[in-house]
Design a protein around this ligand. Sequence first.
Ligand code: C2E
Ligand code: MG
Ligand code: MG
Length: 689
Amino acid sequence: MQKKTPKRKQIAKILKKHNTWIGILFFLLIAFLAFAIWSGLVSAFVYYIAESKVMGEYKVISYMAELYEKTGSDESFEDLPDMETRDYIVTDRNGNVLYQRGEDTRGEVNAYLEFLGGSEPVKATADQSTNFFYTDEEGEMDINFSLFIPWFLSDELNSFVKKENGNSNFYFPLWLEKDIRNGSEVFYGKAYAEVRLNDAFFLLLFATVLFVLVLVVLVLILVNIITTAISQKRMVNVFFLDVVTKGHNWMWFLIRGEQILLRRKYSRNRYAVLDMVFVKYRNFCVCHSVEEGEKMLCTVNDRVSGMLANDEIISHYASANFAVLLHYSDENQLKERIGKIIQELEGMDGIHRIAFQVGVVTLGSAVETGRRGRRQLVDLEREYNNACAARATLSETDESGIAFFNEQLVSEQKWIDTVQECQNSALKNEEFEVYYQPKYDPRNEKLKGAEALIRWNSPEHGLRPPSEFIPIFEKNGFIVHIDDYMLFHVARDQKNWLDRGLDCVPVSVNVSRAHFIERNLADHIRDLVDKVGTPHDLLEIELTESAFFDDKKTMLETITKLREYGFHVSMDDFGSGYSSLNSLKDMPLDVLKLDAGFFSGDLDDERGEIVVSEAIKLAKSLNMETVAEGVEAKEQVDFLARQGCDMIQGYYFAKPMPKDEYEKRMTGSDLKTPSSDDSADGNSVSESI
Ligand code: C2E
Ligand code: MG
Ligand code: MG
């Protein structure tokens, strides 16, 4: 199982950090705040100037109101300064104008007057909200703020500003009010607030400079957002572009896929992870060219992309594998949909018939998994691996097909996880045991050697055969530790037996092909055995036949060195593959182990007998010893004895057994001849797996 790479987490983090939408939101917030601060400041400034300008006028109007109240007429106003610009009215509490420009309008209900100096006749009311300035309860003059901002922002400002007699000051006409006659009447006096051009200019300059500053800051932020967006796009290309298909790569699939799956918190959407493979892609490349092959992969990517919805994705994983995330309503619909995709792809190349196999893992919806409303953390790498495992079940055929990840695969995957979790502790706690399977000379039935075979004696999982964990270790690389472990334990056992004066025979140890890629393997084995002090000729290194297809040069060097150091080297499972003969030609080996497959069929198989006898002859002429594996019947033993086979390793003589039992076999104290031994029928106490 792959772990989430830190690199991937880093990239996701970077992208999150550079999210354009967050930047835009941030920008809007800053813009709003900046303009609010700007208009607040400018408003406060205007307010301050206006108030200071109006104070003097207010005093005059107050004085007029007092005079009017005392005299009951406006005659005494004539003496006041600027009287020609001062209009005034008196209203009752209901807004009826009682007195206007020297005329008594009492009794004329709904009289109109030219209010606020505008051209529109306004009905006089006592509603203070229509006035810009008014007096509060204490008789202090105040500004009606509710009118202020709209007034300030509106174009009407201009209509209030008038230029007087070429004088470069501005005049704002204002109606100032004062309660008279114990509040039963209101005196409105028209005043002009004078604003000097300097003040206005300063205000304008202040507002403009502030505005420009705000604008510059906003533009800088905007530029930053745009450059971030551009660099993010570039980054996306660098990190997420698949060089072959020009579509997205695996990293993108993981990050984007996780986002999509996280979002299904509340949705009933079901999702499925697919591993889609172009079957025989390599053959296609060989027949045409790699370039043509890659073009096909591009087309696959484009065609499938075109068939996907918004929340569905495809990425090129590696070689001819694509990872796809689809949503679906039910499994039949999903099958049908995948079928259609395969059909589309099969017809992609008009000339050749190409096939696609798909492994599917269904994730269900948030509701189904019982995690509605909660974050749906899905390990996409794991799910994709499962999809691959499902797809691998189709790999025996070259036909298109769909395979769903099922319960058996689930338990297999669980077992793989368990083994991987336990591997280190099992090695440390020496839970792996060496079993020995004796090899006998078929002519005199004497012990001539043994093969060391591993068993995992787990306190939790019981005694497990190698088939249940060796393939896992071969895949994840842990096998090199196992090989060392076995070599060390066998060397130690041999040394022990030797020191105790027992008659030791060579014991063969399986060394995995993964280990053979190491250039200094021969030296490594020699050092390991020398630490224990076991004579080299008591150890034999077994290589499986398939290992001979790897790096031939390295293998030849290793075998030659091992033999120089005095170890025996054997080819395991000879005959189970295809090119063994070729390997025999090149590799100087000591022992040839005939695969158990030769002896598993019909005992009277004449053709099989010919092959076996010829293989033995061939080995002899190459100066190699022969060992027949998997021999279970007496007739086979007799036949092999006649053919001159040197050793037999099979249930007929003995199953693999623990060290103690093997020791007895060595000393001869438990040398049961097959005729008296019940092990051949599989009932041996020593070995049941
Ligand atoms: P192999 O090296 O070819 O070992 C021979 C296998 O055939 C053993 O299976 C043995 O128990 C089985 N066998 C021997 N005689 C008979 C017979 O008469 N009838 C039947 N039915 N089986 C017979 P085992 O122990 O399960 O090991 C399976 C394979 O696991 C080995 O095949 C070897 O490839 C691998 N393996 C076992 N131990 C180790 C190890 O320590 N290191 C490595 N790298 N691989 C190991
Ligand atoms: Mg072997
Ligand atoms: Mg074998």
